[in-house]
Design a binder for this molecule. Structure first.
Ligand SMILES: Nc1ncnc2c1ncn2[C@@H]1O[C@H](COP(=O)(O)OP(=O)(O)OP(=O)(O)O)[C@@H](O)[C@H]1O
Ligand SMILES: [Mg+2]
Length: 397
């Protein structure tokens, strides 16, 4: 190929694909970490959280807050939004308000969490090497020198406590006893509705002094959320309201998860772009659904410990074979399977909780049904597409 020919090839690609996207005006807007200026349908939760924190900022005894609700209901985005707004406000009137946001699933040891909290006050803490009590002491000193209210957001707290126990949480919840000039308010966030039940009562009462529940979004609410983002994310005329509605309806069917809805929209846009289309169609959304679904199932499964994978595998096998199964049935087959593999089996209660969690994560469908004089039981079903993805992901388990 001579030089001018290869240049033609590049020219051709640029012409076909465009250097700037024909679909996206600003891709960032659909990124999961993007915090929009307005959060529709969360006015109540925003107000409640702001009120609790404002009281703390006025010097009264700070309350700790627990935010809970299913995945994609806006807990993370609302907490960041409120805290950032309050910090801006405080700095404009010269009052000392600071915050630390820690995703405790990512920073998954007490050391990392505490170091990250302390570093938000400008402390430099090495990655390793100090005793945790030393890091705590440095944080206390920094707080006292600074004197203000420090809001500490501990996101995805259930993962952290499951892994590390509740020692650090307990210490942080009582930190005000060690302080005279500063105060700390903790915002704990979880999407595991059983998390609180399993906490030590002392921790529970202190963390849950105030609680805010985030209900799932319905299709109409998801529509407003998507519409607001789509207007900025795509070029004019690229997406029709009916296509946005379709995304919203699909996501509403699946737990009312706004993250899912936004993912669908973004991936549909990417598919349209790959196919060189000028507009995003329903077909693009259907293709996006398959991609997003596979990604999601694999991601959930990747985080499950072996025993939970086993429970899932058994449940999916039984449910696909017969259309549905029950907790009792899953438990007895799981028990045999665990013993056969030389594993210490989980209790029936734990297995039942694992099944409920898989339901919350949108992998299984668990419904409590009355079986007449046999009492209540959980009926477990799984959607065919999901069953296939689970089987594929668990083939080696
Ligand atoms: N009311 C809303 N308006 C606009 N965007 C929203 C709203 N609620 C959620 N979102 C968006 O949906 C996505 C998911 O929200 P968020 O991360 O806050 O969910 P979450 O409740 O923390 O979920 P998880 O429990 O899985 O962490 C984010 O990209 C967020 O910006
Ligand atoms: Mg979150």
């Amino acid at each position: 190929m001579n030089e001018s020919k290869s240049f033609d090839v590049i020219e051709e690609i640029i012409k076909k694909r465009g250097v700037t996207s024909r679909i996206f005006a600003n891709r960032e807007i659909l990124h999961p970490d993007y915090v929009p200026d307005v959060l529709p349908h969360r006015e109540g939760e925003i107000k409640k959280l702001a009120e609790i924190l404002v009281v703390s900022a006025k010097g009264e005894k700070p309350s700790n807050v627990l935010l809970y609700g299913l995945t994609g209901t806006g807990k993370t985005v609302v907490s960041k939004y409120v805290v950032k707004k309050l910090v801006e406000k405080a700095s404009s009137i010269g009052s000392n308000l600071g915050y630390a946001y820690v995703n405790t699933r990512k920073l998954d040891t007490p050391y990392k969490v505490l170091a990250s909290i302390a570093s938000s006050l400008g402390l430099r803490i090495p990655y390793t090497g100090l005793a945790i009590s030393e890091v705590y002491r440095k944080y206390i000193n920094a707080l006292e020198n600074w004197s203000g209210l420090h809001i500490v957001i501990l996101d995805e707290l259930d993962y952290f406590v499951k892994r590390n126990g509740d020692d650090l949480l307990y210490k942080l919840l009582r930190i005000n006893e060690d302080l005279s000039k500063s105060r700390v308010s903790i915002i704990g966030i979880t999407n595991n509705l059983y998390f609180v039940e399993n906490l030590d009562p002392r921790v529970r009462s202190s963390l849950g002094e105030e609680e805010i529940f985030f209900p799932p979004y319905n299709a109409e609410q998801l529509y407003t959320i998507l519409k607001q983002r789509a207007e900025k994310a795509f070029h004019p005329g690229v997406i029709d309201d009916s296509v946005i509605s379709y995304c919203a309806a699909l996501a509403a069917r699946e737990n009312g998860d706004a993250r899912r809805a936004l993912d669908l929209l973004r991936v549909a846009g990417e598919i349209a772009e790959r196919e060189n289309a000028l507009v995003i169609s329903i077909e693009h959304v259907k293709k996006a659904l398959a991609e997003v679904e596979e990604g999601r199932v694999n991601q959930v499964i990747a985080t499950l410990p072996l025993q939970q994978k086993l429970v899932l595998k058994v449940a999916v096998n039984l449910a696909t074979r017969k259309g549905f199964t029950t907790t009792g049935e899953v438990y007895s087959v799981y028990l045999e399977e665990a013993r056969r593999r030389g594993l210490e089996p989980l209790s029936q209660r734990s297995v039942s909780q694992v099944l409920s969690q898989l339901d919350m994560m949108g992998i299984l469908i668990a419904e409590v049904r009355s079986m007449g004089r046999h009492g209540l039981t959980k009926v477990i079903k799984v959607k065919e597409e999901v069953a296939k993805l689970v089987e594929k992901a668990l083939a080696d388990t």
